[in-house]
Ligand binder design. Structure first.
Ligand SMILES: [Zn+2]
Length: 333
């Protein structure tokens, strides 16, 4: 593993001296197309067809093939304030997450990368990418793998060095499947489903429910997921203590081997990463607005508690406070 890591550093050093040292990129044919968000026919853009929303934002479509998959992403940049977080929306059917990302990039700057599930342009969106040459559909949040390095490199192309904060945004099914949990369900007839909730306990997740359970945490599916490495404590996760102090609903994710998600990819590379979730409330304007508001409230907390002070890079977990000049710092893992 050490030899492999050393090899990665070597490859990165020779192939892309100006790129982030933590993301390896291989040669890739990308098609980048500027798009006008006001005339886009896909549902995410149609719902936000208001020129005031897009003022100061640029939108590009990025398309590429890797291995058996064709990928289509949207990259949205705040032109006046491009140095904010990387807002990542991997699942095209999680519509409030897309809206929260667009609102957040306006408020806090940075870059949005959203995966477009391009096959179902006329039908309901899917969580998965079915645009594959063969085999099963691919979960865009399980494709951060060593054998498909271009995918991670393309999504994280704006990361920079030192890396910017990554905020992943999701919506999820109401509640959780009680049969999957070692915690007692809230009541005997509990009928939740899915696997994201601050009520869920498992080998993977240990919950830290909000004590006050005030909005947005009255919804037990409105949670921050904070990952930590197998041999460490939950408090070692990125921004774990400040988010606990803010009384968020938190699911601590205990990671031993990577599942191909961006959270695990970021954890093993010491990248600053927070994952925010809320219950999916459908696509009518009230439901979308409700879910979007909850995500934006959590984003506000993350930006207040975990975001960098201007000119100071965010430190990844478990890296001690440094007093040396930045150019004398050692390389991170
Ligand atoms: Zn998702």
């Amino acid at each position: 593993m050490k030899a492999f890591a050393f090899l990665l550093v070597l490859i990165t050093a020779f192939a892309a001296p100006s790129a982030s040292a933590q993301v390896v990129s291989a040669p890739l044919q990308k098609i980048v197309t500027p798009v006008d968000p006001m005339v886009m026919a896909t549902d995410d853009f149609t719902r936000l067809a208001n020129p005031a929303i897009w003022d100061g934002l640029s939108v590009n479509r990025i398309e590429f093939r890797e291995d058996r998959a064709f990928w289509r992403l949207y990259r949205i940049v705040n032109l006046r304030h491009s140095d904010g977080p990387l807002w990542f929306v991997p699942h095209d059917n999680e519509n409030a997450a897309f809206q929260a990302a667009v609102f957040a990039v306006r408020s806090y700057g940075g870059v949005v990368i959203a995966v477009e599930e391009a096959r179902s342009i006329d039908g309901p969106d899917s969580r998965m990418n079915p645009d594959v040459a063969y085999g099963r559909s691919i979960d865009p949040n399980r494709n951060f793998r060593d054998d498909t390095p271009n995918y991670a490199a393309t999504i994280l192309a704006d990361l920079g060095n030192p890396p910017r904060l990554i905020v992943a945004l999701h919506t999820n099914e109401p509640g959780y499947s009680a049969s999957e949990s070692t915690c007692t369900p809230p009541n005997a007839g509990y009928t939740g489903k899915g696997e994201i909730s601050v009520l869920l306990c498992s080998d993977l997740y240990s919950p830290r429910p909000s004590i006050r359970a005030a909005w947005p945490y009255d919804d037990t599916d409105s949670v921050a997921i904070v990952s930590y490495l197998g041999d460490r404590s939950p408090a070692s996760g990125f921004c774990a203590r400040p988010l606990s102090d803010a009384d968020m609903n938190i699911m601590f994710e205990h990671v031993v081997t990577s599942d191909g998600s961006l959270s695990n990819y970021a954890l093993f590379r010491g990248l600053p990463y927070v994952n925010l979730e809320t219950q999916d409330r459908g696509t009518d304007p009230v439901g979308l607005g409700n879910a979007r508001s909850r995500l934006l409230a959590m984003i506000g907390t993350v930006m207040a508690r975990c975001a960098p002070v201007e000119g100071v890079a965010i430190r990844p977990p478990e890296v001690p406070v440094r007093t040396q000049a930045p150019d004398k710092r050692k390389k991170r893992r």
